[in-house]
Design a protein around this ligand. Structure first.
Ligand SMILES: *[C@@H]1O[C@H](CO)[C@@H](O)[C@H](O)[C@H]1NC(C)=O
Ligand SMILES: *[C@@H]1O[C@H](CO)[C@@H](O)[C@H](O)[C@H]1NC(C)=O
Ligand SMILES: *[C@@H]1O[C@H](CO)[C@@H](O)[C@H](O)[C@H]1NC(C)=O
Ligand SMILES: *[C@@H]1O[C@H](CO)[C@@H](O)[C@H](O)[C@H]1NC(C)=O
Length: 482
């Protein structure tokens, strides 16, 4: 057994990892140039911008909000809903949806649309596919005050201020990207013979783990550094709930940003949440065709969910997790949880929009049992478990070094992800270490479907992660994301 890694105590620990990227012009790009890559630089929100934490256990409250939003997200990913309303019912703008008001623990990029360009902030999300922005001067966002961030100024896109913005018509093929080919039945005034159909594509309604959004599909220029992509399809959302920003869908659906741009691959490096005030930067790289080889990456193939009736599952990046090792011991996980089965249940997805990794209870309990066995000398801090919504939490007070069992994920093809301890344990006040993986108490039956494991962004920090779309595989390596 390899010696367990050592978690060194740090004096202060921030769990805020909202990042804002600054666009940096990549050298001489044009759409005709093969070998173009676009690099977007990421920068963290530093601790100076954050409200000070006074209450001793406020950290637990922050962790709790991340745990809750990760869980809500997992529930949604397992039972996705894409609601569409007919344009007539949508004009009332009063749609009731379940709400929860949790902080997002996400990563954002800024993107510019229109002529002249308007820049908005988007959550980078590989678990959904539509790109949408808060839109129009009448944009309504309910429950959009995020307690730990302070009032955020939501940047909205103003279509009228762009000379190139267009609403998507009902018979526009782009409308079908989101609504499928049957949408034409919703365009009665747009029969195959009507010459000038003015009916627009129906209103979209999308529900996320926390919150929702709705609006109309538009097309406009997407302005990337030194390059303009015309007629980019995106959502002009006029109402949302619990959304700190718009969302940049990087999922596998045909409306996603990678699909519309025909990216061969994209990659990101997610910053560590341990921020000092130096301007560390991370990056999101869009590869339009350089076919540049990345070195030293471990690869595992993407899989598809065999359940084709559940179209939403086809948006997810499934990967073949084969083994979970805790302190060198293989955790016993029944095969049916590791591979998506006939009803679409099971399997592992990688998701930048989930904060803490989710595991269904049978997998999670087996992992916890193994940690408990190996951490037997530490007592569980039950009160912190209740406050943070995380477990197990171990009382490690009085120790300068804490030996934690190594957590290793083994993937199909032999790719091995040996996580650094700070990617799976959070330390509170030098006293309590909590496992940053969430589960629920609901025993999920096979019928509800969806992934068993969602690999979240907290676990991907300081990894270079490549979505190699051309070759259908995920690559990763440890890297300091500066
Ligand atoms: C949208 O609504 C129409 C009619 O109500 C339905 O046939 C279609 O399947 C729906 N599309 C989606 C994606 O839910
Ligand atoms: C085409 O559009 C014009 C202006 O909107 C309208 O006056 C005309 O009746 C339409 N023609 C048909 C065939 O719908
Ligand atoms: C737990 O404590 C016992 C007795 O103090 C010691 O022998 C053992 O090595 C400890 N185990 C770990 C994993 O620290
Ligand atoms: C951890 O253990 C120490 C010493 O046993 C105790 O004083 C402290 O209250 C415990 N902390 C928590 C959060 O349980």
């Amino acid at each position: 057994m390899a010696p367990p890694p050592v978690l060194i105590f740090t004096s202060f620990f921030f769990f805020f990892f909202f990042i804002f990227y600054q666009s940096a012009p990549a050298s001489s790009l044009s759409s005709s140039e093969p070998g173009a890559t676009i690099t977007l630089h990421l920068r963290p929100l530093t601790s100076r911008n954050l409200p000070s934490i006074s209450d001793q256990w406020d950290e637990a409250v922050v962790l709790a909000s991340f745990a809750a939003s990760s869980l809500a997200r997992a529930h949604h990913l397992k039972r996705p809903k894409k609601v569409n309303l007919s344009s007539s019912t949508a004009s009332s703008q009063s749609v009731n949806l379940p709400l929860s008001s949790h902080v997002f623990g996400g990563y954002t990029v800024d993107l510019s649309f229109g002529t002249p360009p308007q820049t908005m902030t988007f959550l980078l999300d590989t678990g959904s596919s539509l790109v949408w922005s808060p839109c129009t001067a009448h944009y309504k966002c309910s429950r959009c005050n995020f307690p730990h961030v302070g009032p955020t100024k939501i940047l909205t896109f103003i279509p009228r201020a762009s000379s190139t913005s267009r609403l998507i018509g009902c018979r526009n093929p782009k409308c079908q990207l989101l609504f499928g080919p049957t949408v034409t039945s919703q365009c009665p005034s747009c029969g195959p013979t009507s010459k000038n159909c003015s009916q627009i594509c129906p209103v979209y309604m999308i529900q996320y783990g926390s919150g929702s959004t709705g609006g109309l599909l538009m097309s406009d220029n997407l302005c990337l550094p030194d390059q303009t992509v015309p007629n980019f399809l995106f959502g002009c959302s006029v109402f949302s709930s619990t959304q700190p920003t718009g969302i940049a869908g990087f999922g596998r659906g045909p409306e996603s940003l990678p699909a519309q741009l025909g990216l061969r691959k994209f990659s990101y490096c997610l910053l560590s949440r341990k921020f000092d005030d130096t301007a560390e930067t991370g990056v999101l790289v869009l590869d339009l065709g350089s076919d540049q080889k990345s070195s030293d990456l471990s690869y595992t193939p993407f899989r598809h969910n065999p359940d084709i009736s559940a179209a939403a599952f086809s948006e997810y990046y499934y990967i073949g997790l084969r083994k979970i090792l805790v302190g060198g011991k293989t955790v016993k996980v029944p095969y049916r949880y590791l591979v998506p089965g006939a009803e679409g249940a099971g399997g592992t997805i990688v998701d930048s929009g989930t904060t803490f990794t989710f595991m269904v209870p049978p997998v999670f309990e087996a992992v916890v049992q193994e940690f408990d066995r190996q951490m037997g000398n530490y007592s569980r801090a039950k009160d912190v478990e209740i406050r943070s919504g995380l477990r197990p939490c171990y009382n490690v007070s009085g120790r300068s070094h804490v030996g934690l069992p190594a957590l290793v994920l083994l993937f199909k093809g032999g790719a091995r992800m040996a996580l650094p301890p700070e990617n799976y344990f959070a330390l509170l006040r030098s006293e309590v270490a909590c496992l940053t993986i969430v589960s629920d108490n609901v025993v999920v039956s096979g019928a509800s479907g969806g992934p068993s494991i969602v690999l979240g962004s907290f676990q991907q920090q300081n990894y270079y992660v490549e979505y190699d779309l051309k070759n259908g595989r995920l690559g990763f390596k440890r890297q300091s994301c500066k």
